[in-house]
Design a protein around this ligand. Structure first.
Ligand code: SF4
Length: 392
């Protein structure tokens, strides 16, 4: 499986030094030449990305630079649908509807047969990529979740899904082996189907991480360092695709989060992984008050800068965002995920979106066929989606 590489560690002082240097350069005359190079697809250093973040250049100018940069290479739009297998969780993340102490959430765990039925429904509807989601559990309950997801994962391989994302929290090496048990591997030991490990750090600030994810030892999500190294452990176990992310709105210092996410992404790319990046904004939850995490202008600025800074990364946008923001940002993103954040919600032609069983509110509740049809209207292929609906 190859030599083990050094696991990622975030040097917060280095991030602060990058931000200080970026702030210092933001008023200099070099801003337009940095934008011009990025528009030509040359990428941005972390310091250049910080410079542009703090500069007076308007978010629309950065957006158009990102569009021009992406127009230089053929980037097809990919998609996937989330499939929550349960909404139980042992963790206590303050911003999340699934936190264990949220009495407003109606708990539900789908039987495996129902999960399999949902996978078949998604396939029948032309969706060929799926994210399997559970909560995060204490060590004594993790075996149950890993076995549950392993069974579903095996089924996705039998059904020949083109991409499967796993979002079940941080795992130890023996747990990763159990998760991937029975899944085909290449001769070098790497996993054969495209399976992505998703563990968003949510915030790279230790301070904000502690405030939102908790600090007690019996909270499986509270260990910042264990989570930070999860992709490296997944790589050691044979996985080759990672999806780090930041929940925008936990830490008001968005420039810090952007810089840390770029550093993390570069580490994973250098380790030979394909990297998807997520920057969802905070949303409403049952029993919680989650304001929107950033203004539309800040959000467009952030997504544009990430598109310019890491042209090899794949930015993920979701239907948590309203239709207008999706339509604006899809041209500079690689992936639009569409579906419901409730447990086993899919029907033959749509989905249910009850907030009382959902991790968070989904703003755009149209069937994914309708959402994706808008982007396929010009005849472009959408990776991992082939609508069986006849053209009107
Ligand atoms: S964010 Fe994840 S780990 Fe935290 S409470 Fe929600 S489901 Fe659980």
């Amino acid at each position: 499986m190859g030599a083990e590489r050094q696991h990622f560690e975030l040097d917060a002082e280095r991030v602060e030094a990058i931000l200080a240097a970026g702030r210092g350069r933001a008023g200099s005359g070099e801003v337009s030449s940095i934008v011009a190079r990025a528009r030509d697809g040359e990428g941005l250093s972390c310091e250049e990305a910080a410079t542009l973040w703090f500069s007076e250049i308007d978010h629309e100018a950065l957006y158009h630079a990102a569009r021009a940069s992406l127009a230089r290479r053929a980037v097809a739009l990919e998609t996937f649908s989330p499939l929550y297998m349960t909404n139980t969780c042992d963790a206590e993340c303050r911003m999340c509807g699934m936190r264990r102490d949220n009495d407003a959430l109606v708990r539900k765990t789908a039987p495996l047969e129902q999960v399999e039925g949902q996978l078949q429904t998604l396939k029948k509807r032309g969706m060929n990529a799926v994210a399997l989601l559970t909560g995060e559990y204490r060590a004594e309950r993790r075996g149950w979740a890993i076995d549950f997801v392993n069974q579903a994962l095996r089924r996705t391989e039998q059904l020949d899904f083109g991409h499967v994302l796993i979002n079940i929290g941080s795992l130890d090496p023996d747990e990763l082996d159990a998760l991937l048990d029975g899944i085909s591997r290449h001769a070098d030991g790497s996993i054969a189907p495209k399976i992505t490990m998703c563990t968003f750090q949510e915030t790279y600030s230790r301070d904000y991480y502690g405030r939102f994810m908790g600090q007690s030892d019996d909270n499986p999500r509270a260990d910042y360092d264990r989570r930070l190294a999860n992709f490296d452990r997944a790589r050691d176990a044979g996985m080759r695709v990672a999806n780090p992310g930041v929940l925008i709105g936990l830490n008001p210092d968005i420039a810090f989060e952007m810089t840390a996410l770029i550093l993390h992404t570069r580490h994973l790319l250098e380790a030979g992984m394909e990297v998807y990046l997520s920057v969802p904004r905070l949303r409403q939850t049952a029993g919680g008050l989650s304001p929107r995490g950033a203004s539309d202008e800040e959000f467009i600025r952030l997504v544009s800068l990430l598109a310019l800074a890491v042209p090899d990364g794949k930015l993920v946008l979701t239907t948590r965002e309203p239709k207008e923001i999706q339509q604006k940002l899809v041209p500079i993103c690689t992936v639009l995920s569409a579906g419901s954040a409730s447990v086993t919600p899919y029907t033959e032609d749509g989905a249910q979106f009850p907030l009382e069983t959902s991790q968070f509110e989904v703003i755009d509740q149209r069937p994914f066929e309708d959402i994706l049809a808008e982007y396929a209207a010009d005849g472009s292929e959408i990776v991992n989606f082939a609508s069986p609906r006849s053209p009107a």
